[in-house]
Design a protein around this ligand. Structure first.
Ligand code: HDL
Ligand code: ZN
Length: 435
């Protein structure tokens, strides 16, 4: 515990009369940290949410919550139903089965099942309901625009970054339409199909009148850059993003490697836009589970060293999917100021791992990282994803402050507020050039 002598502690506490600068003794320190972290406005830098203007892409409510692909994967841990039989059910029957199996017949202990419980409880709904009647009535009565305000108020999320695919027909319609998109929703231009599936992407780009061909010649590179320029001016994305497999290498003798070097990185430099690398996903390890069928693999973190070293004028947001890559990511971030580690992504978004990752980040990076993003796919998830993460980040930050106190320096309320602002919004805003 605190080995400051009482004299040092008295001195520390009385060191500065002004309330916000008053030293905080250990016991009141936790209260302050928890209060400040719980209310810090969030800039959620990576989600799959959509502004209301995107219509049916904007998901909320109990049937969407229960059909979250995390829960579909967990259903098959307990149910004898085959994926093929499950996919033949209509959505409400799927959610009935998921509720019955994971929440009634079994105890909801996983992060994803507890998340649904947290949402229902926060909204005053019965978390031990035998069926979904009450929940369905509640959500059916919600006006989407009012419900959005309610969720943003509860979760204290002020800004949301979407994941936008310039090759998706339903998105293209919105971007080419005249609806003004809610300014709290920001675009991120997602490059997965372009970089990880060039052959299938060529006809989609041709359909948008970009003269590209499978053999990726000079013309194709030029036209890809024009495609990116056009979509950047249309979406005004805060960053370009791509998820990459665990065996991604850089440089790479492949269509992806050529596109990254000759189209993506020059575009980032020309527009001064950050590139988000999300590394370690193994897509479709079980295709029968569809979106729930992706897995992970431990990646080679040296690819990030190389890409940061060779592109000092590009700013990289980086996250890895494997727990085993996290410490290495912290060390690489210490070597490159153009690298900003972010989030506890996907299979890492669990209490035990968030706790570990956040502590090693404070130890190696101070507050120069972005601790979390929600990855929410359904609006209501903001309620639990941020509540869970705030508590865990507060614990880790409190422990760091305690260590500082034991080493002989007090921390003030103003400093806690400054740190919380950086961690939950300021570091990201600064990174992408927002005021
Ligand atoms: O590639 C990604 O952005 C991942 O987050 C996937 O969308 C994944 O399916 C997911 O939702 N993770 O939380
Ligand atoms: Zn995601």
């Amino acid at each position: 515990m605190n080995n400051l002598t009482t004299k040092q502690l008295d001195l520390a506490i009385s060191s500065d009369g002004a309330t916000d600068n008053k030293a905080l003794a250990a016991n009141e320190l936790w209260q302050q940290v928890y209060e400040i972290i719980s209310t810090a406005p969030v800039f959620d830098l990576h989600t799959h949410l959509y502004a209301p203007q995107f219509g049916e892409l904007n998901l909320f409510g109990i049937d969407e919550l229960l059909n979250y692909h995390y829960l579909i994967a967990e259903l098959f841990r307990f149910s004898t139903l085959t994926p093929e039989e499950f996919w033949r059910l209509e959505k409400t029957k799927q959610s009935d089965l998921i509720w019955q199996t994971l929440f009634v017949e079994n105890t909801p202990l996983s992060e994803a099942t507890r998340g649904v419980i947290a949402v229902l409880s926060t909204l005053g709904l019965n978390t031990r309901a035998e069926d979904l009647r009450e929940a369905r009535e509640f959500f059916a009565a919600q006006k989407p625009e009012d419900y959005l305000e309610k969720v943003l108020k509860i979760s204290r999320v002020n800004d949301i970054v979407m994941t936008n695919d310039p090759l998706d027909e339903s998105e293209i319609k919105v971007w080419n339409g005249d609806k003004k998109i809610d300014s709290r929703f920001h675009a991120a231009l997602r490059l997965d199909r372009l970089l990880n599936g060039w052959a299938e992407t060529v006809p989609l780009m041709n359909k948008q009148n970009y003269d590209v061909s499978a053999n990726l010649d000079e013309r194709a590179i030029q036209e890809t850059r024009r495609f990116l320029d056009d979509w950047i001016s249309k979406m005004k994305p805060l960053y370009l993003g791509v998820s990459l497999p665990d065996d991604f290498v850089y440089p790479e003798k492949s269509a992806r490697g050529k596109l990254i070097n000759e189209a993506i990185l020059p575009t980032c430099k020309a527009h001064g836009i950050s590139l988000a690398l999300m590394i370690g996903v193994r897509r479709r390890v079980n295709p029968a589970l569809k979106l729930a069928g992706d897995g992970l693999g431990r990646a080679d973190v040296s690819v990030v060293s190389r890409i940061c070293a060779e592109n000092p004028d590009v700013k990289f947001l980086v996250t890895f999917l494997s727990r085993e890559n996290q410490h290495e990511l912290c060390v690489v971030a210490r070597k490159f100021a153009n690298l900003m580690p972010f989030g506890c992504w996907w299979f890492l978004n669990n209490a035990s791992i968030i706790s570990e990752i956040t502590r090693e980040r404070f130890e190696l990076l101070g507050t120069s990282f972005i601790p979390q993003h929600s990855d929410a796919r359904i609006l209501d998830q903001l309620i639990y994803k941020w509540n869970h993460s705030r508590r865990l980040i507060a614990d880790a930050l409190f422990e760091s402050y305690q260590g500082l106190l034991e080493d002989g320096r007090i921390v003030t309320k103003k400093e806690i507020q400054r740190d919380a602002e950086k961690l939950f919004s300021g570091n990201f805003r600064n990174w992408v050039g927002l005021e």
